[in-house]
Ligand binder design. Structure first.
Ligand code: AMP
Length: 279
């Protein structure tokens, strides 16, 4: 596997591959890789001649300095995992490479997709996400880029960003990979104790319950029942549970809307995010 730290060398490689007519798939990550990330790599490898995975803990998308400071960093292990699954290129830039002093990030109209849920609870988060992904897309210019539905709102924001900036990158949404317990895999899960992991699995149970109970005319009732279930999880603090239209991320306006339950629960100081299609 090739490992690059700067755009100049990475772009020289990409240029050669494009001259050969090869297609490039791109998987942006913040490292501390797990099989959720690897499922994105697998899909990209399936659909492209080459896959580039970036590992960059983007400081501008963290609104909580403690979360940034404690974000797990396991670069050596990550590179080994990527190499083992046959990822062709890893890109591991320093902050200065992504954000040179003269870099001006674009303003993108996200049509309000950035204002609800994660946007409301993590002010500035999506500005940081758009900033980093836009910079990576501009420099790497992949044919396709892969994002997990685990961060469903992020996926919606990136699709909107690509539309708004007329970027030719095709965005592929990938299924959520879960542990056997049902807990959505996340880099942050390593910060949970065995007991915390057990409790965290109940988040998915609550989402499944929401799905089993979902009816358009009983939204508030279902939301209240899910909140009640979460309140029974030991040490859990519910940040939000919202049932929203998949496209607008706002409350559904008719029974024809495709809806999802979106949830964030904090257990042992670890912020856990998940979502599930309800109809
Ligand atoms: P992160 O490193 O957390 O920024 O994640 C990098 C990419 O992997 C994002 O597109 C995430 O949505 C995706 N991802 C993270 N966890 C999972 C998972 N459990 N299943 C599927 N995709 C995931």
């Amino acid at each position: 596997m090739l490992v690059y730290q700067n755009f100049k060398e990475l772009k020289a490689f990409i240029h050669l591959k494009k001259l050969e007519g090869k297609t490039i798939g791109f998987v942006p990550t913040m490292g501390a890789l797990h099989s959720g990330h690897l499922s994105l790599i697998a899909l990209s490898k399936n659909q492209n001649d080459f896959t580039i995975c970036s590992i960059f803990v983007n400081p501008t998308q963290f609104n909580n300095p403690n979360d940034l400071a404690t974000y797990p960093r396991t670069e050596e292990q990550d590179l080994e995992m990527l190499s083992n699954v046959g990822c062709e290129v890893a890109f591991v830039p320093m902050v200065e490479e992504i954000y040179p002093a003269d870099y001006v990030s674009p303003t993108v109209d996200l049509k309000g997709l950035d204002l609800v849920m994660e946007g409301a609870h993590r002010p500035g988060h999506f500005d940081g996400v758009v900033q980093v992904v836009n910079r990576l897309f501009e420099q790497i210019a992949p044919h396709k880029a892969y994002f997990g539905k685990k961060d469903f709102q992020q996926l919606a924001v990136i699709k909107q960003m690509v539309k708004e900036t007329n970027s030719p990158v095709e965005i592929i949404g990938c299924p959520i990979k879960r542990a056997e317990s049902g807990l959505a895999l996340s880099s942050r899960n390593v910060r949970l104790s065995p007991e915390g992991l057990k409790e965290a699995a109940k988040i998915y149970e609550a989402l499944l319950y929401a799905k089993s109970r979902y009816a358009f005319n009983e939204l508030t009732q279902v939301e209240a029942e899910v909140m009640e279930k979460i309140s029974q999880i030991k040490g859990a603090e519910l940040e939000y549970f919202e049932i929203a239209d998949e496209h607008t991320l706002l409350p559904p306006v008719s029974s024809k809307c495709k809806v999802r339950g979106f949830i964030v629960v904090v257990i042992e100081g670890v912020r856990l995010i998940d979502n599930l299609g309800l109809n």
